[in-house]
Write a protein that binds this ligand. Structure first.
Ligand code: ZN
Length: 135
């Protein structure tokens, strides 16, 4: 068994290996194949999960390490941005009973104001622009 792992390590030497993007591609392909169970789709569409798995393996076994690293970096930037936006929206939904959200007309900053205060003059804390808002 040890020699198996030894051979595997030898074979993987100089290859890129597993990263977050490849894991995400595998998870995505599993999700797609699960969703496809419920739909009648052309055969070519049924190939998509398989092609995604092949893509993930291509990345894992790739010898172009620098390029794969850059792809993963871009993916992680996108992923983190989406995560931040998701939590911002989630907080806004949870707070909707007590707070009203406004967008500053000047700098587009998002502002949170307590609800039920009637008409207010709101000053943007970022750029000091004043605007009216109904809470
Ligand atoms: Zn502003």
């Amino acid at each position: 068994m040890q020699s198996f792992f030894y051979k595997l390590r030898q074979w993987m030497y100089g290859r890129y290996g597993v990263d977050q993007l490849s894991i995400a591609i595998v998870i995505f392909s599993m999700a797609v194949s699960f969703i496809l169970l419920f739909f009648r789709v052309p055969y070519i569409v049924r190939l998509i999960p398989t092609l995604l798995i092949i893509l993930a393996f291509f990345r894992i076994l790739s010898r172009n390490i620098e390029k794969r690293r850059r792809e993963n970096q871009r993916f992680m930037q996108f992923f983190n941005r989406s995560k931040t936006e998701y939590y911002a929206v989630k907080t806004q939904v949870q707070d909707r009973k007590y707070f009203k959200y406004f967008k500053c007309p000047n700098c587009k900053a998002k502002l949170r104001v307590p609800k039920g205060k009637g008409r207010l003059n709101i000053t943007c804390p970022k750029c000091r622009t004043m605007f009216h808002g109904k809470t």
